[in-house]
Design a protein around this ligand. Structure first.
Ligand SMILES: [Zn+2]
Length: 250
């Protein structure tokens, strides 16, 4: 199987997983770029997976299923969903087993889809960052990221937006002495210069460079404490502080 990015809006990624000439689509915020991609590559749409209800991940679903009726996996909050998913459930789109992981915080009904070596993490775990906490709280984000953190380290993280460089700049601010972050910034700049996506990234790299997965690391604890102007020890409080800090820069 091969996974291709289809660009949508300003910085969204719709993912197209291809097996032979069949495919599944993850988070179609727009229909037209998907339709064009399928036609150009002569692919048969077999299923749609949605990570959460935001329009920039779901707005293309209606048009796609009008053209071809396929199962739509996701939460009950998305009207077009034909198969409401539950935590730890195994689904088999394209006869590929995907484990559903509920990861609330960005939205309360957010899920990730994990298959051997691949995780679609929507707007919860980003490359080098995490999503904004719109519906849940910091504790939920911590728990959700913790679930993803324990996937096999070679898992490739496919997220919903190209925020990698911006996220890495924040990571560098938090951990100015982290060599892996500095190296990743250089590699990412080069990829972007070449017009290449910086997504996916292996979980192993995320564990080394993503501050939101590093709330138990000494340098991150010190940086968050400095920002909060008080000594922080609770990893949830540290994550909350990092999120506030990042929000203040955008
Ligand atoms: Zn979202």
């Amino acid at each position: 199987m091969t996974i291709y990015p289809i660009k949508a809006f300003h910085d969204n990624y719709i993912w197209c997983l291809v097996k032979n000439s069949d495919c599944l689509i993850v988070d179609p915020g727009e229909a037209s770029p998907v339709t064009q991609f399928l036609q150009k590559n002569k692919l048969n749409l077999k299923a749609i997976l949605a990570t959460h209800h935001h329009f920039d991940h779901t707005n293309g679903i209606t048009e796609l299923v009008q053209t071809k009726s396929v199962p739509v996996y996701g939460s009950a909050q998305i009207p077009e969903v034909t198969h409401v998913v539950h935590d730890e459930e195994i689904i088999h789109p394209l006869e590929i087993p995907f484990k559903v992981l509920t990861i609330p915080a960005h939205t309360l009904e957010h899920v990730a889809y994990y298959s051997d070596g691949v995780a679609f993490t929507g707007d919860t775990l980003f490359t080098a960052g995490c999503g904004k906490i719109f519906e849940g709280n910091a504790e939920q984000m911590y728990e959700s990221l913790n679930k993803l953190k324990h996937l096999p380290t070679d898992t490739l993280i496919y997220c919903g937006h190209e925020y990698t460089l911006n996220n890495l700049r924040f990571a560098h601010l938090v951990e100015p002495n982290n060599q892996a972050i500095q190296e990743r910034i250089e590699i990412t700049k080069q990829l972007i210069k070449e017009g290449q996506p910086a997504v996916p990234a292996p979980l192993k790299l995320e564990l080394e460079t993503n501050p939101f997965l590093r709330c138990n690391q000494k340098e991150v604890i010190i940086a968050a404490s400095d920002y909060a102007q008080k000594s922080l020890t609770d990893p949830v409080e540290i994550l909350f502080t990092l999120r506030e800090w990042k929000n203040s820069l955008m």
